[in-house]
Ligand binder design. Structure first.
Ligand code: C5P
Length: 410
């Protein structure tokens, strides 16, 4: 595809360099048109080097090629990111005072705006009206992500992550109407990895969780436009870019982090493998082998069930929040996976339970990456299988569906 990438003058312009890479790596021919203000954030040389095409922002460069007509006509897709309040206003009023706004007026293909600005500017009546005008003309304007902005402030107005804009752009170019990011403006907390319960300064009780599933979920949620908080217990994989990471070690630390994060989260996904028990006592010094004393006996005490507590807290505070649990189940002589999982869903009270089918089973008979998503609302169990990232995509789109189409705690 021939893509015109319009870059507005906002600090988020630096993130658009990654978006450009995603387009070129997918084989698209990209012409970047920065506004004058954008070149104060990211220089023309960066856009030329990354796109492999000449870059100009003036209608008076290469006049013989009539660029302001040619670029708009030839583009299969125009993406504007970051779309600043000023750029949105100029586009809404049909101004043609630089190469980008000229190109927008000549566009024949789909146009996607990815706004980024401070919350007040995004919510201002003038911007709202301009966005409605653009949408009314068939221009796709993404809702911005919610989260940390340039200064100390946070709220809706963050540029969605490059991967999210890329996905929306591809959906739009295929004529799909569901290009809008399903989790735009939502805050999603995801726990990942395995907790470690210390016995002494050097030893712990742990589990085999790698954190891969939780990290894949964080990527999928981020790409769906959410502002993601990853509560990372021990993980064998690095956390992804573009998410806020809170590192924890024990179940009790995870509980504290989860309860704090849940207070302002639209969705909480407990993908971490939380130790059910911890040593009753933690020795201050390394437990030594000694011939003159008996071998140590470790007494375990039960850890709180964080998922269940989150559900109880949500219910008493009357919060509208979607809570998702994970469960690794095997069938046995007394019951099948589905029966066990349904009992767990009822016991825990969460809205969705993603059942990781461990081992082979007659009912589902899939590979180890196949999951069943059970809903408290009683809808049919949904199967999803494939790579961890494909499974995460299915879980996150189900989360988006529940948030946007199913009334909370129906
Ligand atoms: O009961 P079980 O451990 O099988 O439930 C798994 C689900 O509960 C997972 O979502 C896990 O993150 C969560 N869990 C929890 N606190 C615990 C144990 C499990 O939140 N102490």
């Amino acid at each position: 595809m021939r893509i015109v990438l319009g870059v507005g003058g906002g600090i988020a312009a630096y993130k658009v360099a990654s978006l450009l890479r995603l387009f070129t790596e997918a084989g698209h021919d990209v012409t970047v048109i920065p506004t004058e203000a954008a070149t104060r954030f990211v220089g023309v040389a960066t856009w030329e080097a990354l796109s492999g095409n000449p870059v100009s922002n003036s209608v008076f460069d290469d006049v013989h090629q009539v660029n302001h007509v040619r670029l708009g006509h030839e583009a299969d897709l125009i993406v504007v990111a970051p779309a600043t309040a000023d750029l949105i206003a100029r586009a809404a009023t049909g101004q043609a005072n630089d190469l980008l706004t000229n190109t927008l007026l000549m566009a024949r293909g789909p146009v996607l705006f990815a706004p980024a600005m401070h919350t007040e500017m995004w919510q201002h009546a003038a911007t709202r009206a301009n966005v409605e005008t653009l949408r009314g003309r068939g221009i796709a304007v993404l809702d911005p992500a919610s989260g940390r902005l340039t200064g100390a402030d946070s709220g809706p107005g963050r540029l969605p992550e490059p991967e999210a804009i890329f996905d929306a752009a591809m959906a739009l170019s295929q004529g799909r109407s569901d290009y809008q990011l399903p989790l735009a403006g939502r805050t999603v907390t995801i726990s990942a990895g395995g907790t470690r319960e210390p016995l002494d300064p050097v030893r712990f009780l742990g589990n085999r969780s790698s954190g891969k599933q939780g990290v894949a979920l964080a990527v999928a949620a981020r790409n769906a436009g959410a502002s993601v908080r990853l509560l990372a217990a021990h993980m064998e994989v690095p956390p992804p870019a573009g998410v806020e990471v809170v590192t924890v070690e024990t179940a009790l630390q995870l509980r504290e982090a989860a309860l704090a994060a849940a207070a302002d989260s639209d969705v909480v996904i407990m993908a971490a493998a939380v130790a059910d028990f911890r040593p009753a006592e933690i020795s201050d010094t390394k437990i030594k082998k000694r011939d003159d004393t008996a071998d140590p006996v470790i007494t375990l005490v039960r850890n709180p069930d964080i998922l269940q507590e989150l559900v109880e807290l949500r219910d008493v505070s009357d919060r509208s929040q979607l809570i998702v649990g994970f469960a690794a189940e095997t069938g046995d002589g007394r019951g099948d996976v589905l029966a066990y999982a349904e009992a767990k869903l009822r016991r825990k009270g969460c809205d969705l339970l993603v059942v990781n089918h461990v081992g082979t089973d007659k009912v589902f008979g899939q590979d180890t990456n196949s999951v069943v998503i059970l809903a408290r609302s009683g809808s049919e169990p949904q199967l999803a299988s494939g790579t961890k990232s494909e499974v995460s995509g299915a879980v996150i789109s189900r989360v988006g569906f529940e948030l946007n189409h199913v009334s909370p705690r129906a």
